[in-house]
Design a protein around this ligand. Structure first.
Ligand code: PMP
Length: 405
C-alpha cells in the first residue's frame, strides 16, 4: 500500500516526526479537512429545522454521511446508526439507556480483562446501580480472551457480554464470532467496543452478529467529537431515549412526550454535522485504500516491529506472539525503565509513543505492570518509522544503563 505522507498536512509539515500513537488518535488526511471546510463554505445551516433549501442541504449532508459510514461498517440499516461523540458516549448510551431498562437485580453482566475503561466502568456501574452481578472474563497468557472461561461465566441469567473487537493496550484481535455465539446461546446481548476495530479491520456489522458496535471517528482518520454505534434496530426500538431535547421528540404535551423515530430518538439537540461530514470523507479515503490493504500493511509493519524489538535485550513485548493475532499495536517495557521516562526520551528523537495504563487499569494489574510503552501503526507509517523507534530505544538503553535490563 502506498500512502503519501503529503496526504496528511501535519505529517507533511513535520517531515522528521515519527508518529506512532494512532491508537490514541489518527492524523487527518487533507480530504477530511477539505470536506469540513467545504461543508462550512457551501452548506452550513442547522439541519432538520428549516424549510429553506440551505437547511435541506445541511440535513442531506448529515444523513448522507450517516449512509456512507453505515455502508463502510457493513450495516444495511443506516437509521440504526446513532451518532455520538465517540465510543465512550456510545457505550454509556448502551449501558445507561438499554442497561437500566433491561438489566435487573440478580442478572449477570460480563466483561473481559482486556477492556478499555470505556467498556468496563459503564457496565460495572450499571451492575452496582441495579444490583446485578459483574463478572470479568480473564485472558490467556498471550493476551487472548479465555473463551473456555467465558463459556462458564455466561450463564442463563447473563444479560450482557461486553467486549472489545481489538484491545487498545495489547492489540489482541478478539474472535467476535465465537464471543457472539457464547453470548447468544445464553440469551445475552453481545456489545462490541469497535474503537480499535473499525479503523484497522474490515467490519461487516450485519455478518458479525453483534447486537451493537461502537466506534470513534478520530481513530479512523476522521475528526474528534464524532463516532457512534450501529445496532440492531429492534434493540434500539426497545431502548428508551438517552438524552431529551430538540429533534428527538414527536409530540410534547404538558404532562408527557412521545419520541421521534430512529435515528432521531437518540440524537437530541443540534448534531455534529461537520464531524459526520468529516468522518464520511475519512471512510471514503479508507475505502479508496481498501481495508484489506490497510490490514496487510499493518500486519507487515507489526511483524517487522516485533522482529526488530526482539533484538533489544531486556525489552519485553506484551500480548499475542504473532503479528497476525494483533492489530498494529505493540506494547512493551524495557528493563525497569519507567515507561513515562522512556517515552520522554523517545520524544527527544521525534518519536511519539504513548506510555501509561492505556485506560486499562484492570488489565495492567493482571499483567503486573503499572504501565507500558505503546507504539501503534496506521496507514501512513513505514518500516523507517520502526527503524527510528528501535534506534531511539537503543540510545535510551545506553542512557539508562543498568535499568535497561
Ligand atoms: N475503547 C477503546 C478500545 C479505545 O481504544 C478507546 C480510545 N482510547 C475508547 C474505547 C474510547 O474512545 P473515545 O475516547 O474516542 O470515546
Amino acid at each position: 500500500m502506498n500512502v503519501a505522507r503529503t496526504d496528511f498536512p501535519l505529517l507533511a509539515a513535520q517531515p522528521s516526526l515519527v508518529y506512532l500513537d494512532s491508537a490514541a488518535t489518527a492524523q487527518k488526511p487533507r480530504a477530511v479537512l477539505d470536506a469540513i471546510r467545504d461543508y462550512y463554505e457551501t452548506t452550513n445551516a442547522n439541519p432538520h429545522r428549516g424549510a429553506y433549501r440551505l437547511s435541506g442541504a445541511a440535513t442531506e449532508a448529515y444523513h448522507g454521511a450517516r449512509r456512507d459510514i453505515a455502508r463502510f461498517l457493513g450495516a444495511a440499516d443506516a437509521d440504526a446508526l446513532i451518532f455520538t461523540r465517540g465510543t465512550t458516549e456510545a457505550l454509556n448510551l448502551l449501558a445507561t439507556a438499554w442497561g437500566h431498562a433491561h438489566v435487573h437485580r440478580g442478572d449477570r453482566v460480563v466483561v473481559t480483562r482486556l477492556e478499555h475503561h470505556a467498556n468496563f466502568v459503564p457496565w460495572q456501574q450499571l451492575a452496582r446501580a441495579v444490583g446485578a452481578e459483574f463478572r470479568i472474563c480473564e485472558m490467556t497468557h498471550d493476551g487472548q480472551v479465555d473463551l473456555d472461561q467465558l463459556r462458564l461465566l455466561v450463564t442463563a441469567n447473563t444479560r450482557v457480554v461486553a467486549f472489545g473487537h481489538v484491545s487498545n493496550a495489547l492489540g489482541t484481535i478478539n474472535d467476535v464470532t465465537d464471543i457472539v455465539k457464547i453470548a447468544h446461546t445464553a440469551g445475552a446481548m453481545a456489545f462490541c467496543d469497535g474503537a480499535q476495530g473499525a479503523p484497522h479491520l474490515r467490519v461487516d456489522f450485519d455478518a458479525l452478529g453483534v447486537d451493537a458496535y461502537a466506534f470513534s471517528g478520530h481513530k479512523m482518520l476522521g475528526p474528534m467529537g464524532i463516532g457512534g454505534v450501529v445496532a440492531r434496530r429492534s434493540l434500539l426500538e426497545a431502548t428508551p431515549p438517552y438524552q431529551y431535547g430538540g429533534d428527538m421528540i414527536e409530540y410534547v404535551f404538558d404532562g408527557d412526550t412521545t419520541f421521534n423515530v430512529l435515528p432521531h430518538k437518540f440524537e437530541a439537540g443540534t448534531p455534529n454535522v461537520e464531524g459526520a461530514v468529516g468522518l464520511a470523507a475519512a471512510v471514503r479515503y479508507l475505502d479508496g485504500l481498501g481495508m484489506d490493504a490497510v490490514r496487510a500493511h499493518e500486519v507487515s509493519l507489526t511483524r517487522y516491529a516485533l522482529q526488530q524489538l526482539a533484538t533489544i535485550d531486556g525489552l519485553h513485548v506484551q500480548g499475542p506472539a504473532t503479528a497476525e493475532a494483533r492489530s498494529g499495536v505493540v506494547s512493551f517495557t524495557l528493563g525497569d525503565i519507567h515507561p513515562h521516562d522512556l517515552s520522554t526520551m523517545l520524544d527527544v528523537d521525534g518519536v511519539c509513543v504513548r506510555a501509561g495504563h492505556h485506560c486499562a487499569q484492570p488489565l495492567m494489574r493482571a499483567l503486573r505492570v503499572n504501565a507500558t510503552v505503546r507504539a501503534s501503526f496506521y496507514v501512513y507509517n513505514t518500516p523507517a518509522d520502526v527503524d527510528a523507534l528501535v534506534a531511539s530505544l537503543r540510545k535510551a538503553k545506553v542512557r539508562f544503563g543498568a535499568h535497561a535490563g
